[in-house]
Ligand binder design. Structure first.
Ligand SMILES: [Zn+2]
Length: 263
C-alpha cells in the first residue's frame, strides 16, 4: 500500500551572516545561532561540528562574518547548517596585540555578538543591525581603542532600537543643558542635567561631547578618537545600566569583558 505523506520540502538558502553563538547539541553536533542579512536570526544544527573541525573550523567563533548555506523546512525552528565560508573572523583582531589585549579583543567580539543575539529578531530582516555587527568585526581587526569602539557599538545598538536617551535637552527643565554634564536617571531612562538631578553629573562634559559625536562617526574612525579613559568609563557605566534596564538582565559576556579590562 502506498501512503501519501504530507510534503514539507527543504528550502536551501545562501546568505551573508554573522555567527552569534554556538552550543553543544548531543555528542558531536553544535547549534549555531546566526544572523542572516536577509532573513534575520536563525538557529542551525551543524552536524559533527564538535568532532570534525574541517567543515566549520574557526568559522564558529562569535562575530565571524561569512557566507552560510543552510536548509530549512517550514514550521521547523531548527535549520540545517551545511557550510560557512568565513570572510572575516574576530581572530584578525588579535594580530599585533599582546596576549592580554588579544583576549580583550575576543572578549569584546563575544560581547557584541551576545548583544546582537539579544536584540536580533528571529526570522525577520534587520539590515541596520546586521551592518552594525559586520562593521564591528571589521573595526576590531583594525586595532585602536576597543573601549571607544564598544561605547560606539552600545550607543548605536540602543539608538537603532529607538531607546537611546536624548543628549541635548534635559527632559526635566526642558533646557539644552546636557552638554555641561548629565546624570542617567534610571526610572526615566533619560539623561538629566546636574541641577535637576540634584547631583554632580556622572557623565562629564567630555563624555557628553564624545556621545554627541557618535552619531556621525564610523566604527573605524571612533577607535582613533582621543577620548580619555575616564570619559569612556563614565559612558560604560551609563550604557551598562541602560542595557540592563532594557534587557532586564545582566549579560554573561559583559561581566567577562569587565573582568578582562586592563585597569
Ligand atoms: Zn534640567
Amino acid at each position: 500500500m502506498i501512503v501519501a505523506l504530507p510534503r514539507n520540502p527543504m528550502h536551501v538558502h545562501t546568505a551573508d551572516a554573522l555567527i552569534l553563538r554556538t552550543y553543544r547539541y548531543g555528542e558531536a553536533d553544535r547549534i549555531v545561532v546566526f544572523l542572516t542579512a536577509d532573513r534575520g536570526k536563525k538557529r542551525g544544527v551543524a552536524k559533527n561540528a564538535t568532532k570534525s573541525r574541517r567543515r566549520f573550523g574557526a568559522a564558529l567563533e562569535p562575530l565571524t562574518r561569512g557566507r552560510v548555506s543552510y536548509a530549512e523546512r517550514e514550521r521547523r525552528d531548527l535549520v540545517r547548517l551545511d557550510r560557512i565560508e568565513p570572510a572575516s573572523t574576530p581572530f584578525a583582531a588579535t594580530t599585533g596585540r599582546d596576549a592580554a589585549s588579544a583576549a580583550h579583543a575576543l572578549g569584546h567580539a563575544a560581547y557584541f555578538a551576545e548583544l546582537i543575539d539579544e536584540w536580533a529578531p528571529e526570522n525577520s530582516q534587520n539590515d541596520r543591525l546586521f551592518r552594525l555587527g559586520a562593521s564591528m568585526g571589521d573595526a576590531l581587526g583594525h586595532g585602536g581603542s576597543i573601549e571607544a569602539l564598544a561605547r560606539y557599538f552600545e550607543y548605536w545598538l540602543l539608538r537603532l532600537e529607538g531607546v537611546y536617551p536624548g543628549l541635548v535637552t534635559c527632559p526635566q527643565c526642558d533646557r539644552q543643558t546636557l552638554g555641561a554634564g548629565a546624570v542617567l536617571v534610571a526610572q526615566d531612562r533619560a539623561y538629566v542635567c546636574g541641577p535637576c538631578a540634584e547631583r554632580q553629573p556622572t557623565l562629564g562634559r567630555e563624555a557628553m561631547a564624545f556621545l554627541k559625536s557618535l552619531g556621525r562617526r564610523t566604527p573605524s574612525d571612533v577607535t582613533t578618537v582621543a577620548a580619555s579613559a575616564e570619559a569612556l568609563r563614565e559612558i560604560e557605566h551609563a550604557h551598562h545600566r541602560l542595557i540592563t534596564l532594557h534587557l532586564e538582565k545582566e549579560l554573561r559576556s559583559s561581566r567577562v569583558v569587565r573582568e578582562l579590562s586592563p585597569s
